[in-house]
Design a protein around this ligand. Structure first.
Ligand SMILES: Nc1ncnc2c1ncn2[C@@H]1O[C@H](COP(=O)(O)OP(=O)(O)OP(=O)(O)OP(=O)(O)OC[C@H]2O[C@@H](n3cnc4c(N)ncnc43)[C@H](O)[C@@H]2O)[C@@H](O)[C@H]1O
Length: 141
């Protein structure tokens, strides 16, 4: 069975001594919340996909972010009975006040501290990812 691959960035900002994660709400389907990410195009690397999707979906380019290439986390779940693999890298927004620019694919966004981000994401594997990244982000601010 073919595997769907996607890649993205879990972006945090450090403001008022709090780490907040960026979640985007889809404008389609069940309007679920995820970090910026998307399908890997044919011939594209996961890394390039993550950067491209982040620019398209949140408006941030590589220069706006401190991306921790050695800190990644992979989720595996099924979508319509097909396995999907999503790799995320951790990234910090350099200027915490820099605005998000959404595309048509999303209708809302939120910057949330760990627990609220976990609750909004809803998925157990994403909750674990956020906890792991939060532990690492604490050492990076
Ligand atoms: N229902 C829909 N109606 C209309 N257009 C649609 C559509 N779904 C996708 N599209 C189109 O596909 C494009 C998205 O392409 P991309 O932007 O390239 O890809 P994506 O983020 O990987 O898409 P998606 O939202 O489907 O993925 P996710 O894994 O979060 O989500 C996929 C499924 O997995 C679930 N899911 C998400 N995270 C999960 C997790 N951690 N564990 C288990 N399930 C999870 C989600 O609830 C969701 O049901 C959009 O432009 C849109 O046009």
């Amino acid at each position: 069975m073919s595997l769907t691959s996607a890649a993205g960035l879990v972006i945090f900002r450090y403001t008022n001594k709090v780490i907040q994660f960026l979640l985007l709400q889809t404008s389609y389907g069940q309007h679920h919340w995820t970090p910026p990410k998307g399908h890997v195009d044919p011939g594209e690397s996961n890394w390039v996909t993550a950067l491209r999707e982040t620019k398209e979906e949140a408006g941030y380019s590589e220069n706006d972010l401190e991306i921790y290439k050695d800190i990644s986390y992979t989720l595996n779940y099924d979508v319509n009975q097909k396995p999907k693999c999503v790799i995320y890298w951790l990234a910090k927004l350099k200027k915490p006040e820099q605005n998000v620019t959404l595309s048509d694919e999303h209708q809302d966004y939120k910057w949330l501290p760990l627990q609220q981000a976990q609750e909004l994401s809803g998925f157990d594997d994403m909750k674990l990812l956020l906890a792991d990244f939060h532990e690492k982000a604490v050492k990076l601010v």
